[in-house]
Every structure is written in structure tokens, then in C-alpha cells.
Design a protein around this ligand. Structure first.
Ligand code: WT7
Length: 657
């Protein structure tokens, strides 16, 4: 390891850049840089060209209708996302091609060809229609482990025009309930449980708990994942009338179910994500633009070819799973790998064992995982033949150059282009990324906006910052996959993304451009943390903490963490009569887990008799961050009581960190 690090440092000093390998560029889907100018000259014609790669039941009349901040793409066009991901392929030689290669954490494996997928999706679409009376526009919640029934359920919803909202299986019953109620789901699709690091996650139990307060839900479909070996931990209670086993309900329905003809702007899905307030936002995506965006970017950024085996390690509960595990690759007729469990189960080489076993050619993961692999050491990688890999990608947070270099050398064998892809739940698809056959990459930079995308770095006033400077990342023209709003809340949509700069989309990220125009993303500029690639709102964690009877006040910040990018630190004042101590620390951590989910568990809880506030009563998070990261304090002149921080720092050194 020591030698490798030295090598990386030397490379960094040299200010390394990586042009596309010549043989790669020659065969790449895109290798003509002209595409950027062509797209910039007439973006609408450019995107229309791209959209013609999908199958439309009826062509659009207008490419873009833009009334800030509301975009409509491919106006009047009719299509179906499921048709594009499944039906159109079974009419070609792809009929017998593997669509989904699935591996369970316990080593089980299933392969579904496009024909298998077609059959399963048809049947489940019939279940939705015939058994539950689900119709176009109804909302359906999916809360499942990473099993093939998850994408099957998503595609079946798309097939009949139902709007799915997938909730990550790591979220608590309470978070699930909040999401179901926000968009009034009629049905919940779940499983008895899933496996994670060798233990059972009892999903159906969380569903039962959530549904005590979800009056809109009429039915529940349950996939049997755990089998019949019932123990107390796995026993699944089925409520009569409401609950149905998946394997039973698919038996007595029609084997075929037609694709609903969807308008380009009909809703495809809602996906909840954290914002800077306590309440998660329901990001709304529609059909035509979203599918065009994910279809094209999968082909360009991952250079996807007929013979590729594409593994995106994200869970379907996040947007990365929606766009690059399901809709993007399947719209391209690709073969995907889907894995249920943890990267270190049973051993730390699990990912590389999977890559070798299925001959993965394109691999897409998050920097937090890469940093864990680095720490675990190369011996786990070296056990496996990774020579089938030809392209590797990163997403979710800024990738530090050291991790980029390690990834490039040890996973990519020095030969695979690395694509660092910037995007968001809101953007629907990748917007800033190298094109692997064209772009010369620089470790740590997401490089340039894709063709047809216009991004800029601006100052507070919205003025473009000259090359070499930093500011806020904005998008200056609409793109096909952009969110169409926040479910049921057009005002909040305007306020969050458009109130700052009027006609430019405010992403909430800091960015700088170097002298050559490369974009370097610098992380969130709002009260959103990025913990192990997961987006978590400081306010949401604060609300969970003050919900506990012992807590008077709480302030939460993200502090730097070597592996996770950021870790959660909470400063808490306790009500009279409660004892601040390790017992309460543990209790508060568990309370947050129960309210939100395990991804939001605070690393540090620091008790204090007061929080540092300005004279107007605003908590000074910046100072809390300085304290948590052990830095010299920034400007403290606006503090109401300067003694508070000195005391806090002492406390932190004693208890926290
Ligand atoms: C936020 C969006 C997009 C899928 C996964 C996360 C950060 C994402 C990068 C990157 C630097 C990145 C941003 C963004 N982010 N990708 N390549 N480089 N930062 O989706 O949960 O909606 O989070 O993730 O801060 O705003 P998300």
C-alpha cells in the first residue's frame, strides 16, 4: 500500500490527465467532439434526434415547451416506458438475451432473459389491474429488497401507467408512512424481508407498522424472499383481505396485459429525497423526457454495447437505481447485473467475485465504496480476474483524486476510462461527465457538461464566474429528464430551485472551473449532508432528535469523514430532569434510526447547555463544523455569547470525535 500511495502522490503532483485510450476511442459510441457544437447550436433538434432512438406510439408536435420553471418535452408524443424497456426487445434477437443477472447475498443466482422479463412484467401488470383495480395515474409504493421482483414491479407500474414511488428498504416504518401518505398510494409492494450482511431485514413488519396510519392503502403484495424456515425474526403475518403473496396472485390473472398509451408528460414516478427542510420532497419525473435522457446518457457515458454486462451497484431505492439499473440500460436492451447485499459479505472481495463470475464489462459505484475498498487493501481485488472490465464510473459525491487514482489503477487496471458523473435525483440523468471516447479526464473532476446541457458557475448575484474561480453550479437551459416539480407543491418547487436566480436552475452545489474549463464539484452549499453517498437533511435529523422527550434543542452538521465523506454530528441540549450521558447518547441515536432509518444514525452526540447563536437567535452551524472538525474557529464576532463555543470545544474534545 505504501508504495502505491507514493505513486499516486507523484502522479498528482504531475497534474495528471488521462486521454481516452486510442483503441477505446476508436470503438466508442461517441468519438467525434463535434457533437458538443452540434448540440449547442440547436439543442432542441439535437434532443429530438436522440428521442427518435425510442419507440413512440405517436410522434410529438413540439420538442420543448418552456415556461420558466415548467418544462414540457416532446409535447403531444405518446409512448410507454415499459414498452421501450421490454416489449420492443422481445421482437428482436434480444428476446433470448439476459436482461437481468441477479445474485442474492446468500449466493443464489437467477437470470432473466428479455422474454422472461416480458412474461413476468405482463403477469404482474395483470395483477395490478385485475386483482387490485389499479389504473393509470394511481400511486403505488414499492418497498423491497434488491430482488428481480423490484424492477419487475417498477416496469409493471409503468406498463399500466401507475406512478411508482420506490422507498429504499433501509428507511424506517415512519419514513415509509410519511411517503405513502404524501402521495396517497393505493397499494404497497414489499417482501417478507431481505438479506443484508447476513442478517434479515424484516420489511413486511415495517410495512405493517406504517400501514396503521395509511388510510389510502387498500392492498399489499408480498414477495416471499425468506422462504419457509420461519423463526420469530422472519415470521410474516398476513392480514386477511389486505395482504397477498406475490406467487399466489400471479397465478390467476391474464398472462398478457397491454401497454397503456402514455402522454410524454404523464407521470412515470415520484422519488422522495431530502431537502433543507424537515420534510422530504417528492421529486416528480414524467415519461418522454426522462426516458430520452436516461436512454441517451447510458449509451454515451457508459458507452454501452450489445455485448456489455453492466453493473450499477446502487439500490433501486435511489435515483441511480432507477436511471442506471432499470430504465437507462433496459431501454438500450443491455444486460444488467443486480446484487442484493453488502460488498463485504461473506468477504471483502464480494464485488470482485461477482465481476469475475459474470464477466462484468462496465462497473458503476460510489466514492464511499471506493474508499472502503482502498482501506481494505488490494489483496481482495487481486484474488479475481477483472480483465473483462473496460469502463468504470463513479457517482454520488465528489471523488477525491487519491480514490480516483486507486480506482483507475486497481480496479480499472490502468486501462479503463473513469467516468465521474455529476447529477441529482432532480436532474433525472447524468448532466456533467466525461464522454469516455472523447474527454481527457482529470482525477477529481467531473469534466464537462454533456452535449445539449448548459451549466455555469455563478456568484451570489448570478454573474458567471470567470474560469479559475468558484461559485454556485447552475443549469441555464432545460434538459429532457429534469424534474417537473415537487409532488403537490408547485410553490416549493419554485422556491427551492428557481427563486435564487430566476431563469437558472439552482442545483445546491458549489463548483469551480479550472483554467481549462473543467468542472470540479465541491459539495452541497445548503443544509444537506452527503453521508456515504446518501443525501440527508440536517433539519430532518434535528426534528427526529427534538422529537425525543429528553431533547430541548438540537443542531446537526456534517463533519468530514475519511470513508463516508461526511459523518453526522449532533449538538444537543437536554431538558431539565434528564441525565446527559452515554446511555442517553445511545438512546438518541436509536431514536433517529427509528424515526428516519439506519442511514441517518448520528456518529457523535455532544451534549451542551447552550448552542452558539447569533444575537438574532440563529444557530451558527459554521462554528459547530469548525468545532467538530477541530479547526480554528472562524469569525465569532456575531455570537451572542462567545463563551458558549469555548465550552463546546472542551466538551467535544472530551466526549465527541
Ligand atoms: C447530490 C445529489 C445522482 C445520483 C446519486 C445522488 C452530489 C452526485 C456527484 C459527483 C460531486 C456529486 C451532489 C448532488 N453528487 N454526484 N459526481 N461529484 N458531487 O443523488 O441523492 O439526489 O444527490 O449528490 O451534491 O447535488 P442525490
Amino acid at each position: 500500500m505504501a508504495v502505491e500511495t507514493q505513486a499516486i502522490e507523484a502522479l498528482l503532483k504531475e497534474n495528471r490527465s488521462f486521454p481516452p485510450p486510442e483503441d477505446f476511442a476508436q470503438q466508442a459510441n461517441l468519438n467525434d467532439p463535434e457533437i458538443y457544437t452540434r448540440a449547442a447550436e440547436d439543442p432542441e433538434a439535437f434532443w429530438a434526434d436522440v428521442a427518435r432512438g425510442l419507440d413512440w406510439f405517436r410522434p410529438w408536435e413540439q420538442v420543448l415547451h418552456w415556461e420558466v420553471p415548467f418544462a414540457k418535452w416532446f409535447v403531444g408524443g405518446k409512448l410507454n416506458a415499459c414498452y421501450n424497456c421490454v416489449d420492443r426487445h422481445v421482437r428482436t434477437a434480444r428476446r433470448n438475451k439476459a436482461a437481468i443477472i441477479w445474485e442474492g447475498e446468500n449466493g443464489e443466482s437467477r437470470v432473466l432473459t428479455y422474454w422472461d422479463l416480458y412474461r413476468e412484467v405482463n403477469r404482474f401488470a395483470s395483477v395490478l389491474r385485475e386483482h387490485f383495480g389499479i389504473r393509470k395515474g394511481d400511486r403505488v409504493c414499492i418497498y423491497m429488497p434488491m430482488v428481480p421482483e423490484l424492477p419487475i414491479a417498477m416496469l409493471a407500474c409503468a406498463r399500466i401507467g401507475a406512478v411508482h414511488t420506490v422507498v429504499f428498504g433501509g428507511f424506517s416504518a415512519e419514513s415509509l408512512k410519511e411517503r405513502i401518505n404524501d402521495c396517497q398510494c393505493r397499494l404497497v409492494i414489499t417482501a417478507d424481508g431481505g438479506y443484508r450482511r447476513g442478517t434479515v431485514i424484516p420489511l413486511k413488519r415495517s410495512v405493517d407498522e406504517a400501514l396503521q396510519e395509511c388510510p389510502s392503502v387498500e392492498g399489499v403484495v408480498v414477495v416471499r424472499r425468506l422462504g419457509l424456515g420461519l423463526t420469530d425474526a422472519t415470521f410474516t403475518h398476513m392480514q386477511e383481505v389486505r395482504d397477498h403473496w406475490w406467487h399466489r396472485v400471479i397465478e390467476d390473472v391474464s398472462p398478457r396485459s397491454d401497454c397503456e398509451e402514455m402522454d410524454s408528460e404523464d407521470l412515470l414516478f415520484i422519488l422522495y429525497t431530502s431537502g433543507s427542510t424537515g420534510k422530504p420532497k417528492g421529486i416528480v419525473h414524467t415519461t418522454g423526457g426522462y426516458l430520452t435522457g436516461v436512454y441517451a446518457t447510458t449509451k454515451w457515458v457508459f458507452d454501452l454495447k450489445e455485448e456489455d454486462v453492466f453493473w450499477c451497484t446502487a439500490d433501486c431505492g435511489w435515483v441511480t437505481g432507477h436511471s442506471y439499473l432499470v430504465y437507462g440500460p433496459l431501454a438500450n436492451g443491455a444486460t444488467i447485473v443486480m446484487y442484493e447485499g453488502a460488498p463485504d459479505f461473506p468477504d471483502r472481495d464480494r464485488f470482485w467475485a461477482i465481476c469475475e463470475k459474470y464477466g462484468v464489462t462496465v462497473f458503476y459505484t460510489a466514492p464511499t465504496a471506493i474508499r472502503a475498498f482502498m482501506k481494505w487493501g488490494t489483496e481482495h481485488v487481486e484474488k479475481h480476474d477483472l480483465s473483462t472490465l473496460r469502463l468504470i464510473g463513479s457517482v454520488g459525491e465528489p471523488i477525491n483524486p487519491e480514490a480516483w487514482m486507486w480506482y483507475h489503477q486497481n480496479i480499472g487496471g490502468g486501462r479503463c476510462p473513469v467516468v465521474d458523473t455529476w447529477w441529482q435525483t432532480e436532474t433525472g440523468h447524468i448532466l456533467i461527465s466525461p464522454l469516455p471516447g472523447i474527454t481527457t479526464t482529470r482525477p477529481g473532476s467531473a469534466t464537462f457538461p454533456l452535449p445539449g446541457i448548459e451549466a455555469d458557475v455563478v456568484d451570489e448575484a448570478g454573474q458567471s464566474v470567470p474560469l479559475g474561480g468558484g461559485g454556485y453550479l447552475v443549469l441555464k437551459r432545460p434538459w429532457p429528464g429534469m424534474l417537473r416539480g415537487l409532488y403537490g407543491d408547485p410553490e416549493r418547487y419554485r422556491e427551492v430551485y428557481w427563486s435564487r436566480y430566476g431563469t437558472m436552475y439552482f442545483a445546491g452545489d458549489g463548483a469551480k472551473r479550472d483554467e481549462d474549463g473543467y468542472f470540479w464539484l465541491l459539495g452541497r452549499v445548503d443544509d444537506v449532508m452527503n453521508v456515504a453517498g446518501h443525501r440527508i437533511s440536517t433539519m430532518e435529523v434535528e426534528s427526529a432528535l427534538v422529537d425525543h422527550p429528553a431533547v430541548a434543542e438540537a443542531a446537526v452538521i456534517g463533519k468530514h469523514h475519511e470513508l463516508k465523506g461526511q459523518a453526522i454530528a449532533a449538538f444537543v441540549t437536554v431538558k431539565d430532569g434528564f441525565k446527559a450521558g452515554t446511555e442517553l447518547q445511545d438512546e438518541l441515536k436509536e431514536h433517529v434510526v427509528k424515526k428516519i432509518g439506519a442511514i441517518s444514525r448520528p456518529d457523535d452526540i455532544i451534549f451542551t447547555s447552550e448552542l452558539p447563536k447569533t444575537r438574532s437567535g440563529k444557530i451558527m452551524r459554521r462554528l459547530l463544523r469548525d468545532i467538530a472538525e477541530g479547526r480554528a474557529l472562524g469569525d465569532t464576532t456575531t455570537l451572542a455569547d462567545p463563551n458558549v463555543v469555548a465550552m463546546l470545544r472542551e466538551r467535544y474534545e472530551e466526549e465527541g470525535g
